[in-house]
Design a protein around this ligand. Sequence first.
Ligand code: F6R
Length: 636
Amino acid sequence: MYKKLEYKEAGKFEETRFEKIHNVVFDNSNIASIAVAQEIANLIRTKQADYKKCVLGLATGSSPIKVYEELVRMHEEEGLSFKNVVTFNLDEYYPMTKENTQSYWYFMHEHLFNHVDILPENINVPSGEVKADEVHQFCIDYELKIKEAGGLDFQLLGIGRTGHIGFNEPGSHYNSGTRNITLDHITRIDAATAFLGIDHVPRVAITMGIGTIRKAKRIVLLAWGVNKASVVQETIEGETTADVPATYLQRHENVTFVLDEGASNDLTRVKTPWLVKNCIWTDDLMAKAVVWLSIKLEKSVLKLTDKDYNYHGMSSLLVEQGSAYQMNINMFNRVQHTITGWPGGKPNADDSNRPERNTPAKKRVIIFSPHPDDDVISMGGTFDRLVEQGHEVHVAYQTSGNIAVSDEEALKFAEVSLELNGGASNAAKIIKDLGKKKDYDVDSDGVRGLKGLIRRKESVAATRYVGIPDEQVHFLDLPFYETGTVKKDKLSDKDVQIMCDIIAEIKPHQIYGAGDLADPHGTHKVCLDALFMALAELKKESYMDDCWVWLYRGAWHEWDIHDIEMAVPMSPDQVLKKKQAIFFHQSQKDGVMFQGDDSREFWMRAEERNKETARKYHSLGMADYAAFEAFKRHHY
Ligand code: F6R
């Protein structure tokens, strides 16, 4: 039996009374994926030794990519053969041709089948090409084929934010079989980036049913990133319900959820460990617990009583600290000391309780911005203060962001340019290229160049507005991003070298970077990796001894209050000025191509988020500010 116990050794596993599904948490999705690939490889080899076929149910999407990469590596380097493997994929969009780069057929060949020795006749993916009146029979045949193959030995799953497994959306029945289904709106929003806009996302898919999946002898579900944290918590700790179809897995006897830290965030044992066990009270855990208690009871920190602590699983903390009184004061001071209107340090002031040093009084600063606009969206107020307080602020845009400019926007600029220049050949060529372009075609070099240029000019308009000279604005155009498609290349030495060069040139005292960990495959995470790799490289240089690194969160999430180490308040006027700076990024306004799961415009999200942080600080008992931008220090 390919057993769960192996994971217990590799990942962190502690069952609590809240949890109804076996799960393990790994430090990151890479090592987790390698462990899962190993389980699959063991199964294939065990079956091979018995001269048996190994029947695998496979998933697509971002979650299993690294598992497939590792299986391919094992095939190439360790001789793992797929000759005895039969595969059945969970689902396919409908209608969908195999050649379409968005089809699951294409995905599976690109990530796995083209690189291993599986026999083509052993590959099964639901067909998006059958005629509408043949779908019903196709689904019956698919079920029969799985049965004839001996049933699924192993089923790999991801989980959607709707709680879907396969494309079994909310409402799916416990005994459902392979069938066609209408996709949930949230699922379509999540797929919109890959399809370059929600209007291109199919409305229907063919999917294996819950009943089909349940019959698998072993099931492993993968979930990465904080975006999945809440649905993972509901699935593992909630009641079985058709509203969250993955909860049906609670009734399967051999299932493991493999999670990274982000996806495990909302599990009770992770979010509020003091409610399930005795804790070792570090300063950070104490801060997390006190902030949680204060928000839960809607009482400021200084009003929390011994009884409040005792009633909420923190009696051991109370014993350790002696009394609520002193602990409250310590916590109040800790949060209070994160607040500063002087993000570059306050000259000639006592800085022993301030987040930043006061020397040198004038600092050289680099703000790294993954896309041309994250600087003002995420830290426009702090950017403004740094400039106002006389620091030498540089902005380095890590990627060109060209893919996020619509064809209509590019055409508008090309036509203006054509009229201005009376038939300039570049503009004419770009207009011709756009005219010929079909859905999913990669942009020509000329079109990409123009789209990148539009974002550059918008950025310069914004940085001029904040008040820095053009020579302090740097466009790095990291090569990993320049594929012309949503799928990006891996980071290479070239990317890291470009990051190192700009840091070495400016020799900053402060670096700001986007610490976005929400999406393990997104551009922000790659840009952060590039920054960390550059820091590791440059650490030995003496000018880095003086350089502090602060991380802001991008457009989607904010740091938890207990994690914040510097909170920069903004007056109502500064909030307005920040909005104005964001407005210069006009190509990213109104129904942008990569809206994500939030339909609000970027300035609205930023404003709401900054106000929300201020509200939370106030409710803890701090002064009542209009808005806050928040940062966490990174020690490298
Ligand atoms: C894919 C599938 C879906 C995905 C789920 C998560 O074949 O059936 O259930 O597993 O939508 O997608 P990612 O991994 O992209 O977050």
